[in-house]
Design a binder for this molecule. Structure first.
Ligand code: 5GP
Ligand code: ZN
Length: 136
């Protein structure tokens, strides 16, 4: 299903032009308009899914292999030393476009730090684990 109000549905299905680096029956992979690093790409399913919780399982199974393929091509072509696969769900997690997408972000030696956090401590680890486990 497509959502007529969704910009990523329009981009994924070619109604709005984009810098496309890969396309098949299920996905279009485009360059991000506001790249975190040169070559930053977005994997867009052609069907509309709000986030990873709504994502069709058959499509989901293809996302990681595609991320690996795109990342490997970036390392060959752009000279990056690694790459991050990043996927945001919900406003609190930084999601701004509510059509599932996976970021593929090239990482260059000496490049800016990103996708980092300061390790904390959870004094109630067992309760936290139980709460999540009970909700599965
Ligand atoms: P999110 O924050 O939802 O995980 O990521 C949305 C990403 O989409 C952002 O990195 C933003 O720069 C990118 N973006 C938003 N609108 C457009 C657009 O119209 N075209 C392209 N190529 N990227 C977009
Ligand atoms: Zn959409």
């Amino acid at each position: 299903m497509k959502d007529s109000n969704c910009i990523f549905c329009k981009i994924a299905n070619g109604e709005i032009p984009s810098s496309t680096i890969y396309e098949d029956n299920d996905f279009r992979v485009i360059l991000d308009l506001g790249p975190a690093a040169k070559g930053h790409a977005l994997i867009l399913p052609k069907e509309h899914f709000k986030d990873v919780c709504e994502l069709d399982e058959a499509i989901a199974a293809k996302v990681l292999p595609l991320g690996a393929k795109i990342g490997a091509a970036m390392m060959k072509s752009l000279g990056c030393a690694g790459f991050n696969l990043v996927q945001n769900n919900g406003t609190a997690a930084g999601q701004t476009v509510f059509h599932f997408h996976m970021h593929v972000i090239p990482r260059y030696e000496g490049g800016p730090e990103m996708v980092t956090w300061t390790p904390g401590k959870d004094e109630t680890l067992a309760e936290t684990a139980a709460a999540i486990k009970n909700a599965l």
